[in-house]
Each structure stands twice: as structure tokens, then as C-alpha cells.
Design a protein around this ligand. Structure first.
Ligand SMILES: NC(=O)c1ccc[n+]([C@@H]2O[C@H](COP(=O)([O-])OP(=O)(O)OC[C@H]3O[C@@H](n4cnc5c(N)ncnc54)[C@H](O)[C@@H]3O)[C@@H](O)[C@H]2O)c1
Ligand SMILES: [Zn+2]
Length: 369
């Protein structure tokens, strides 16, 4: 085989741990092994895969790596958030140690954000860090979780409480892997991609609005271009603000303050993350309108585009007080005041700490009624 076509390069992510390529296209897994070589990797490959993609993806990934000379071992893990815990990480360490994984060998995550976070955390810590490749197989992880080097596991006390910044050496998103992804998961991924348009790219938002029919089923090349664009936006943001110490990376949290609150109050059982973010973006837009930052028209546009991608825009029956209280424990509330990401127009965003409680409460009321 050969390296991936030049046109598949969505972005080069620039970080203090090195730069890496983010590729988006179809049929890319066939080029994975050569891309890994081009990224300077060698040795053995330790493939950690979600059981949901075992039948469809593991074999092609293994063949691609082996054709490029990587002796490849496979560990299949259970699907779902419960895999992101320290017991599972211990199992991964034991597997790596048993197979004598060395510092230059590579860990490869194949699956959604759960696999990326768990395998990535193991890679960040085993032997004080080994190289790592992301092959995301959910739309959400392609446009979001696989990029930027955040890896983590959950504690009983909370999500993502133990983690690291460990940048991958390569992120390869092959849209062919999405053929088996359930519709709800697909929609949840669109929520994060649409968010990128809303906060930073008016043209991308327009494309989501006008080309929904073409994008939805992923049949045509426009879908590849749009996902590539969304990946490029995330890549640019994390390159500009690697450790989320500036004012850029936080913008990706648009819709997440209320979204996280909805997830927590419903004990993570009711909404997929992207669904909660979709509803949270409606709450955030309402806040922006009440602050005089945007018009009703933009709220209506946002609602229409989210609904067009089968995303929920309200949360009937949720307890207003519980959701309101939960927004206060959002992890972005450094120093007491919540840092709200606000829209100032289509594709324009910033943050505000001075959002009055009554504005927040009435936005939440508008979602649950
Ligand atoms: N590191 C980051 O920056 C970051 C950002 C956002 C989210 N996350 C984390 O990512 C996780 C969520 O990731 P996700 O939304 O990708 O969910 P996920 O990894 O749980 O995948 C969603 C579901 O789809 C299944 N699946 C995955 N690929 C499939 C395919 N191709 N075909 C059929 N089924 C498939 C999985 O088994 C799972 O049931 C959370 O743990 C979250 O904390 C991390
Ligand atoms: Zn998110």
C-alpha cells in the first residue's frame, strides 16, 4: 500500500509534544500502516478495539499495520463508558507488560471516545508514555474526542477525573467505519460538528443548513469535506490553545454547561452526550438572546438545523432546580463564576462570566416546559 492521498489531510495539529496529521476520508484504513511509518513509528502495534467494531474494522486495521511491518496484537474491550475505569486500565497495563511492550512501540485506539480516552490514558502512563494513534469510529470522536490529546478515565466520584494530555502521533478517520454506527450516535456526532459551525464558521453552518439532505446519509463527497472542515476547526483550536489556558479551547464548550447538567441530573441514562449538548446549545442561545447578543432569528436557525439532524432541542419534564443547581458544579466554573460560552452571531462566539442567575433559570425553564 501507500500513504493516504494528499487530499485526505484535514489538518496538522501543532502541539508541544510534536505535530501530527489528522486525516479524513474513505478507505483510509488501508493506508494506516504506511501513515504510521511516515509518522516515524516502528516496533510493535498494540491495537485496543471496541467490541462493536470487532467484526468490521479489526481485521483491516491489523492487516494494514502488519503489511507495513508492525507485529500487531489485539485487545478487544467492552463497549460503553464503564470501560473508562482504572480496573480496565490495569488490564491494559498487564496485557502490554505480558507482551513486553517497549517505549517505542505504539498503542492504537480503535473505537469511539471511550476507546480513545481509555487506550490513550494507558498509552500516556505505561512506561511513562508510549506513542499512540487514534482511529476514531464514531462521528463524535472523529470531529472531537480524537483530537487534542486529552485522555482520561472516570472515578466513582466523577467523569474524567484522572487523565493526562498525551497527544497522538496520528489521527486517521475513515468514514467507511461509520457504516455500522447507529443513527442516534450519528446524530450525536453531528451536534458537535454543527457546534463548530455555530461558534467559529458561518460558512460551515450554512452548509449544514442548505445541504442537510446530502450530508445526512454520508453518501456523497460533500460529507467528507464537511467532516474534514469540522476536524480542521477543532485542530486549529487545540493548536492555538493546547492546554485550555487561553480563551480559545473553552469555546468548544458551547452548549456544554447546560448539556453536562442535563447529563448529570439524568444520571447519564437519558441522553447521549451530543443530544444533551444540542439541548444545551438551545439553552445557551436563549441566554445570548436575553443578554442582547443575538436575535430570535439565530435561535430559530439553530433549532431548525439541530432538528434537521434529528437532534432534540428541549428536555420536557426535567426538574428546573436540579438542572440549575447542576450548572453551578460545571467544571468550567473556575473561581465561582461559570464561564458561559456565548454566541455573538453566526460563527462568532466569546465567553461571559456575568450571566445573571435569573437569565440562566429562565433559559432552563424554556427547555423543560
Ligand atoms: N478526550 C476528549 O477530548 C473527549 C472529548 C469528547 C468526549 N470524550 C469522551 O468520549 C466518550 C464518548 O465518545 P463517543 O461519543 O465516541 O462514544 P463511545 O465511544 O461510547 O461510542 C458510542 C457507541 O457506539 C459504539 N460504536 C463505536 N463505533 C462504532 C461503529 N463504527 N459502529 C457501530 N458502533 C460503534 C460504541 O460501542 C458505543 O456503544 C466519553 O467518554 C467522553 O468523555 C473525550
Ligand atoms: Zn462535547
Amino acid at each position: 500500500m501507500s500513504s493516504a492521498p494528499d487530499s485526505s489531510l484535514a489538518a496538522v495539529v501543532r502541539t508541544s509534544q510534536g505535530d501530527y496529521r489528522a486525516l479524513v476520508g474513505r478507505g483510509l484504513i488501508a493506508h494506516l500502516g504506511d501513515e504510521a511509518r511516515d509518522a516515524g513509528l516502528k516496533g510493535k502495534a498494540f491495537l485496543i478495539a471496541d467490541e462493536a467494531v470487532f467484526r468490521s474494522c479489526v481485521r483491516p486495521v491489523q492487516e494494514s499495520m502488519e503489511a507495513a511491518g508492525f507485529e500487531t496484537h489485539v485487545l478487544v474491550l467492552q463497549s460503553g463508558e464503564t470501560t473508562k475505569n482504572l480496573d480496565k486500565i490495569k488490564d491494559i497495563y498487564a496485557w502490554l507488560a505480558r507482551l513486553r511492550a517497549e517505549r517505542q512501540d505504539v498503542v492504537l485506539a480503535l473505537g469511539g471516545g471511550v476507546m480513545g480516552d481509555a487506550a490513550g490514558f494507558a498509552a500516556a502512563t505505561y512506561r511513562r508514555g508510549v506513542p499512540f494513534i487514534q482511529v476514531p469510529t464514531t462521528l463524535a470522536s472523529m470531529v472531537d474526542a480524537s483530537l487534542g490529546g486529552k485522555v482520561a478515565v472516570n472515578l466513582p466520584e466523577g467523569k474524567n477525573l484522572v487523565g493526562a494530555f498525551h497527544q497522538p502521533k496520528l489521527v486517521l478517520s475513515d468514514l467507511d467505519t461509520l457504516k455500522t454506527l447507529p443513527d442516534r450516535e450519528m446524530a450525536a456526532g453531528w451536534a458537535e460538528a454543527i457546534k463548530h459551525g455555530l461558534i467559529l464558521d458561518a460558512d460551515l453552518l450554512n452548509t449544514f443548513e442548505t445541504e442537510a439532505d446530502r450530508l445526512f446519509g454520508l453518501q456523497d463527497d460533500l460529507a467528507v469535506e464537511v467532516i474534514r472542515k469540522s476536524v480542521a476547526i477543532k485542530a486549529e483550536v487545540v493548536s492555538a490553545d493546547e492546554f485550555e489556558t487561553g480563551d480559545t479551547r473553552v469555546l468548544l464548550n458551547y452548549g456544554h454547561t447546560i448539556g453536562h447538567a442535563l447529563e448529570a441530573v439524568s444520571e447519564y441514562g437519558q441522553f447521549l452526550h451530543g443530544e444533551a449538548v444540542s439541548i444545551g446549545m438551545m439553552g445557551a442561545a436563549r441566554i445570548c438572546r436575553d443578554l442582547g447578543l443575538i436575535s430570535d432569528e439565530l435561535i430559530d436557525r439553530q433549532r431548525a438545523v439541530l432538528e434537521r439532524y434529528n437532534l432534540p432541542t428541549s428536555a420536557p419534564g426535567m426538574d428546573v432546580d436540579a438542572v440549575f443547581e447542576a450548572t453551578k458544579s460545571d467544571k468550567k466554573s473556575a473561581g465561582g463564576a461559570i464561564r458561559w460560552v456565548v454566541l455573538e452571531g453566526s460563527g462568532q462566539s466569546s465567553t461571559r462570566r456575568d450571566v445573571p442567575d435569573d437569565v440562566v433559570r429562565s433559559a432552563i425553564e424554556s427547555l423543560v416546559g
